[in-house]
Design a protein around this ligand. Structure first.
Ligand code: CO
Length: 210
């Protein structure tokens, strides 16, 4: 059997299993989705949002990209964010990075990988802003872990800079923003930062006419 054929076979078995344990399973899910969470995570295959949080289809709206970045010109991310916040009205937006992230490691080095370097430049900027704090650490691994945490925190801040989040905070006192980092080696998620709805950020980024 070819590798991809196994996926289709497993899918059939899964669908049958779901229908057997709950005959209405697909009918209910097909009718609507009302997830409470938006997950912005890394594309890394080892960090699947649903499995590591014990959630089911329908519970998390998901956007993933390399190194879980929130970039203000990314129309893909912004569309997901707007839909999740304004239509689905999610209560929590979670940016989840992970230790051992290839994107973080690549951003710390000087090798040119092609177009991806332009994407990773966002991480280099975080490193530059926090260079003394990161360079103080002894090992490469400690520095990568610190940069991972600081990058996640910066992406949460980037969310708060968007008019989408600021408008939702003003109108609905929602959503909460969370920065998490997942450990590949132990499966545990470490919360690293949090922003309550209405948190004031640098006024440079605050719109006064939303
Ligand atoms: Co990664």
């Amino acid at each position: 059997m070819l590798s991809y054929e196994k996926l289709l076979l497993e899918n059939k078995a899964w669908a049958e299993e779901q229908s057997q344990s709950n005959p209405d399973y697909f009918k209910v899910l097909a009718a609507q989705q009302a997830p409470e969470f938006l997950w912005i995570g890394c594309s890394d295959s080892r960090v699947p949002a649903n499995q590591i949080t014990g959630t089911l289809p329908g519970e998390i709206f998901v956007h993933r990209n390399i190194a879980n970045l929130v970039v203000n010109t990314d129309i893909n991310m912004l569309s997901v964010l707007q839909y999740a916040v304004e239509v689905l009205k999610v209560k929590h937006v979670i940016v989840c990075g992970h230790y051992g992230c290839g994107g973080i490691k690549a951003a710390m080095g000087q090798h040119h990988y092609g177009i991806i370097n332009h994407w990773l430049q966002n991480i280099k900027d975080v490193y530059r802003m926090h260079r003394p704090e990161i360079d103080d650490l002894k090992t490469e691994e400690e520095r990568a872990d610190k940069l991972t945490e600081l990058t996640v925190t910066e992406q949460v801040f980037n969310l708060a800079k968007t008019s989408i989040i600021q408008k939702a905070w003003k109108e609905n006192k929602s959503p909460h923003l969370h920065g998490w980092v997942y450990g590949l080696s132990n499966g545990i998620i470490k919360p690293v930062c949090e922003m309550e709805p209405g948190t004031h950020i640098d006024p440079l980024y605050e719109y006064d006419n939303l």
